[in-house]
Design a binder for this molecule. Structure first.
Ligand code: HEC
Length: 114
């Protein structure tokens, strides 16, 4: 009986820890969306990374380190460098989490406007 109680308690703990992690990740994604708008990435890359004056960032999203290098250094083709003063590492990571959470352009999910 005692064993059952312990294992019930343990599984309740595991379930709530997983729930918390999911909520935290959702927060990061939402924060990333906000930063993407605030620092103006959307003006060149579109609000959902679909591209505009700048190239589409999806569906072939670069690995995070590569994306970070582009953002920190800027590009000769017109992308300004974003220094730590205007964009912290946490914010940059959140942008990445946001982009990663987006469906690739043209997938049924996006076409249905979800
Ligand atoms: C003023 C326009 C502009 C803004 C603002 C801008 N970019 Fe860019 N970005 C570009 C252009 C243009 C390129 C393509 C490289 C080039 O021609 O210079 C590019 C390239 C990139 C690339 C590489 C894409 C590839 O595969 O070539 C990434 C990743 C990227 N931008 C992410 C971002 C993020 C994240 C932000 C916001 C922090 C941002 N950009 C803000 C214009 C912009």
């Amino acid at each position: 009986m005692r064993k059952t109680v312990y294992s019930l308690l343990a599984s309740a703990f595991i379930v709530s820890a997983a729930g918390l992690a999911a909520v935290a990740q959702e927060d990061v994604v939402q924060h990333g969306a906000q930063v993407f708008m605030d620092v103006g990435c959307w003006q060149c890359h579109g609000t959902v990374g679909q591209g505009g004056a700048g190239p589409a960032l999806l569906p072939n999203l670069h690995p995070e380190e590569v994306l970070a290098t582009f953002v920190r250094q800027g590009t000769i083709g017109g992308m300004p460098p974003y220094t730590h003063a205007v964009l912290s590492n946490e914010d940059l990571h959140a942008i990445y989490a946001y982009l990663k959470s987006l469906p690739a352009p043209g997938t049924p999910e996006l076409l249905q406007g979800e």
